[in-house]
Design a protein around this ligand. Structure first.
Ligand code: GTP
Ligand code: MG
Length: 298
């Protein structure tokens, strides 16, 4: 029997845990079963208590204390430890039926999604046919406010693309915290950021204001400590153009929009998840309980 799940990923503070909490609340309101797995060993506060918590296996604080590691090295150690103790996942997830949506809340350390091969191994384990066999998709969150700074937007998009290439599961990208941007930018202007293209760099407002002020610096002659000078340099612009061109040539990244304060927005993302993992196709038609039937009639 297949199981269904979504792995919520993205850089630190992108809104992953908030999205997971909104998703759990939304599923509960719609009488659907959620199984919330926290895989962030440094997480502290939860709106919904996790059904399975990596901190019951290993805590980042203990690792940092006992092994004298920093937060990033500690996190990698925690994941290596998890990989050596995969029974921790199997025991909890194996008995779940196909009704459940398993939600994996991931940590925000970017190295996990870019150059360390732990996540591909974990995803292979979770999706392996004949074993846990989870039909898994990945949701990569990036803060919508990144669009204000084009360089940041393309750097974030590059990390999303890197995660996409590394994990062999259906993947979609989300611009989160849309409520923070909707008063600052018209819908029409925001539309351009849904599909990243290099043209966005041509009318970078930051660039225009630098030009107006007559700032044109070559990065090689700029003081490397002076980040403002480096970022206004022609070489920095070239680098951004190359990154944007690379993203455009792969043509893989598109964004959905998410505002966790809006129920319809959470529903729209849930529908997308359901579609890519084909959740509904596996569901048995449910009979309404008597009380539920009366409620619906009423
Ligand atoms: N306005 C607004 N704030 C949000 C939204 N989602 C998250 N936040 C805020 O952003 C901050 C970070 O949110 P988290 O959900 O903890 O982000 P995270 O990606 O889980 O962070 P890490 O686990 O530390 O990587 C919190 O202060 C949230 O309240 C949103 O949709 N709108
Ligand atoms: Mg979190």
């Amino acid at each position: 029997m297949s199981k269904y799940g979504v792995m919520v990923m993205g850089p630190a503070g992108a809104g992953k845990s908030t999205f997971c909490a909104s998703l759990v609340t939304h599923l509960q309101l719609n009488r659907r079963s959620a199984f919330y797995v926290n895989l962030d060993p440094a997480a502290e506060h939860f709106e919904h208590q996790p059904d399975l918590d990596i901190r019951d296996l290993i805590s980042l604080e203990d690792v940092m204390d006992e092994l004298k590691l920093g937060p990033n090295g500690g996190l990698i150690y925690c994941f290596e430890f998890l990989m050596e103790n995969l029974d921790f996942l199997t025991e909890a997830l194996d008995s779940l039926t196909e009704e459940y949506l398993i939600i994996f809340d991931m940590p925000g350390q970017i190295e996990l999604y870019t150059h360390i091969p732990i996540l591909p191994t974990l995803v292979k384990f979770l999706t392996q046919p004949g074993a846990l066999d989870i039909r898994l998709c990945a949701a990569y969150l990036l803060e919508a406010t990144f669009v204000v700074d084009r360089a940041k937007y393309f750097a974030g998009t590059l990390s999303a693309m890197s995660a996409m290439i590394m994990l062999e599961v259906p993947h979609f990208n989300i611009l989160s915290k849309m409520d923070l941007i909707k008063d600052q930018m018209r819908k029409k202007d925001f539309k351009r950021f849904i599909t990243p293209d290099a043209g966005l760099l041509e009318d970078d407002p930051a660039d225009k204001s630098r030009k107006k002020a007559g700032v044109t610096v070559d990065v090689y002659s700029a003081d490397p400590q002076d980040s403002e000078a480096v970022m206004s340099g022609t070489s920095f612009k070239k680098l951004n153009l190359a990154v944007a061109g690379l993203i455009e040539s792969f043509s893989m990244v598109n964004y959905l929009k998410l505002d966790c304060t809006n129920e319809d927005s959470v529903q729209a993302i849930l529908s997308y998840i359901d579609d890519v993992i084909q959740y509904h196709e596996a569901q048995e038609p449910k009979e309404l309980q008597d009380e539920e039937f009366e409620e619906e009639e009423g």
